[in-house]
Design a protein around this ligand. Structure first.
Ligand SMILES: Cc1cc2nc3c(=O)[nH]c(=O)nc-3n(C[C@H](O)[C@H](O)[C@H](O)COP(=O)(O)OP(=O)(O)OC[C@H]3O[C@@H](n4cnc5c(N)ncnc54)[C@H](O)[C@@H]3O)c2cc1C
Length: 329
């Protein structure tokens, strides 16, 4: 279906029929699921997305833990199915990159590279994929042994050796989680001592499956079709190649994608958007869901659930109800 690019108000645009009930920025797990719910509720729904394979779900090689989808499915295939379901209910998907927004007015303005779109409400679902690929081999072998999520991919490495690069609580927790499956976990820590909180540091130091490489940098991920080893260098310049089947990288963390907001919404210290229990931000009618939030377990099922919650709250907002969150308790 054709999607109209709308005129700016000063150009004679902003007719009632030109305004979407909801514009969803980001059509990944969270955004596409929100679109299922809003389109199903007969709301005029527009989803703006950069591309099928540009987000965390779209680029994931295989997903094996999404309920109702047994076996392994590629992230892109799962996302196509979610988007297809939303489209069948009437949601419009447009491939466009959102550049700026003006969210304060009653009618929200979203500027993409192809035009301007207007909506009564906005859901921000742009995810958290800002990490640049800093280690040679990381990008090439992503999904083929390189991972950023032990909870997601740990089970693929049963009885094998893996490496974890990182030194924060997340890295250490993920390394401990991997000991359930892997034969041996090499924790590559750049500093001379562990920076994780004391209880985690103690647990990881005593774990019989853990080998901690202090003051050691991950230099390169090696392998032809799959990860075969990592090249590491210890302080003082001593290099070593450690054979591993997988490497889990937590060096800079994902950075939530919020550049198009130009500071209109407050973020936490780590750049995550903040919402209330109805998934609404500090601006009325503007919601945020998925990996762009903090305190969030980065899983498809969680992002999808948040998309559904925002869609339901938004329906209540549009019908003028004071209380956006139904009494679920
Ligand atoms: C390698 C890897 C493996 C994973 N494996 C699993 C797994 O096995 N199981 C599991 O449950 N979870 C897994 N995850 C986590 C899961 O993919 C994420 O938690 C989930 O996809 C988050 O959904 P989201 O919609 O918030 O973000 P995303 O899926 O990242 O979607 C965000 C969307 O926003 C779009 N976007 C961003 N900026 C703009 C813009 N300016 N304009 C327009 N569009 C924009 C992107 O193109 C993207 O489509 C994995 C993640 C990674 C990185």
């Amino acid at each position: 279906m054709d999607v109209k690019l709308f005129l700016r108000p000063e150009e004679g645009g902003e007719n009632q029929e030109d305004i979407y009930d909801v514009i969803i920025i980001g059509g990944g797990a969270a955004g596409a699921t929100a679109a299922i719910y809003t389109a199903r509720a007969d709301l005029k729904t527009l989803v703006l997305d950069k591309g099928l394979r540009t987000g965390a779900l779209g680029m994931t090689g295989k997903i094996a833990n999404y309920p109702g989808v047994p076996g392994e499915v590629s992230g892109a295939e799962l996302l196509k199915r979610i988007r297809g379901q939303a489209e069948n209910f009437g949601a419009h998907f447009v491939q466009d990159k959102v550049l700026t927004t003006n969210l304060r007015g009653e009618v929200k303005e979203v500027q993409g590279s192809k035009g301007v779109y207007y909506g009564r409400t906005v859901i921000i679902a742009t995810g958290s994929m800002g990490r640049t690929h800093t280690v040679p081999g990381e990008e090439r072998l992503l999904g083929r042994g390189v991972s950023y999520c032990a909870t997601c991919d740990g089970a693929f490495f049963r009885d094998q050796e893996v490496a974890v690069a990182g030194n924060n609580d997340e890295a250490v927790e993920e390394a401990l989680f991997l000991t359930r499956f892997a034969r041996r976990v090499h924790l590559l820590v750049q500093t001379p001592e562990l920076k994780a909180s004391p209880d985690l540091a103690a647990e990881v130091s005593q774990h019989p499956k853990m080998e901690i490489h202090l003051a050691t940098r991950l230099r390169e991920v090696l392998g032809e079709q799959q990860v075969e080893s990592v090249r590491v260098v210890a302080r003082g310049g001593q290099e070593q190649v450690v054979p591993v089947a997988g490497v889990f990288i937590y060096l800079q963390g994902g950075k939530p994608i919020t550049d198009f907001l130009d500071g209109q919404l407050p973020t936490t210290e780590t750049g995550c958007l903040m919402v209330d229990e109805a998934m609404q931000t500090s601006i009325s009618g503007v919601f945020a869901v998925g990996d762009v939030l903090c305190n969030h377990l980065k899983q498809v099922v969680v992002a999808a659930a948040e998309g559904a919650m925002a869609a339901i709250a938004l329906q209540r907002y549009l019908s003028g109800r004071d209380k956006l969150r139904p009494d679920w308790s």
